[in-house]
Design a protein around this ligand. Sequence first.
Ligand SMILES: *Cc1c(COP(=O)(O)O)cnc(C)c1O
Length: 422
Amino acid sequence: MVDATDWYEPGLAHIWRPYCQIKTADAPLPVVATEGSRITLADGRVLIDGIASWWTACHGYNHPVIAEALRKQLAQMPHVMFGGLVHEQALRLATRLCALVPGGFERVFFSDSGSIAVEVALKMAVQFWLNKGFAKRHKFLAFKGAYHGDTFATMAVCDPQEGMHSRFAGVLPQNIIADLPRDAETRVLFDALLTHHADDIAGIIVEPLVQGAGGMIFHDAEVLQHIRAAADRYGLILIFDEIFTGFGRTGTLFATEAAGVSPDIICLSKALTGGTMALAATLARPHIFDAFWSDDPGFALMHGPTFMANPLACAAANASLDLFESAPRLAEVKAIEAALTEGLAPCRDLAHVSDVRVKGAIGVVELAMPFDLEKLKRRFLELGVFIRPFGRIIYLTPAFTIEPEDLRRLTRAVVKVTSEMV
Ligand SMILES: *Cc1c(COP(=O)(O)O)cnc(C)c1O
């Protein structure tokens, strides 16, 4: 028990909470500690975490290796600006990321959130064409079901119908939104859209293998191969947003590996620091960077977040990469995949469940109709688990280090709560 009365109620009146109608939503839970896959609340309750803080905490909370790296870096240099200055942690991290991400990436632009990593990717793609003398190529082809962030440029490449950003219809820059080319019919439509718009498009942006926050929708490597071939046909820049899929979530270290094709620009964030610090990276292949390499200052990429390449965040990311090298993370993901498949299987028999799907450490139960989200969240809480359904989706994205028994409690809770809905 922690007495939270002097900060909880007074503070609640002053914070603007994310993604929620504050007037009608349940009050947020005051957390006082985290450890592994556990969240401790002020009233002493301990919850099993099914989400790993928006799938960032892949090694579990408070991992000692990351904590030690942070302590060391904090004593030495918590922050220094990246304009005109560089430091060991950022340069080591950039070198490691270029070696680790398949596809021949050679340059890393650091920022502090996923949305900004995508903004930077979009800006790189548009300016690539400007620098080459093409003024008209500033639109993007993006996909239904996509989620790439909450800033204005990124909202404009999200699914326009999906609830989150639909209020801004008519305000956002107009892009071309297509169905993923999954089958013969959607491929014909996709190819026709590209042919029609090719001269206005700077590039194509897609989340490889899994569209995350837009609905945890899966697709096959062939879809990405079709997109890559189409991008090549028109010389368009292909951007993979691996902010959700990067660092093992789908079963390979990057979804790009399983895709069998590489993009020209790739965005990373979320699990980059093992869920400890805000950090993102936009990686570019040499032919992208070359378009900015010039004696003309006007050709430079004019972007530079204040906390770009924060040394603490880069130290955490380096420690997280150490863990991917030294611990059996991908084997753990494989075991989680098997446990999710088995644990969620009973949901398949329920009439009101339209789909159960698992890929890597992502488990999804999709319901046939909308449901009372707040009521469901309350039920999960009563069962001692932290699970946050959205839309018609109940999902699990646990830490890769979760104990098998904790994972069983999560899947049992999903099966129980889903069964009760009849
Ligand atoms: C979370 C996410 C983003 C946005 O990242 P923020 O850090 O929340 O700005 C972008 N793309 C994908 C695929 C994501 O999952």
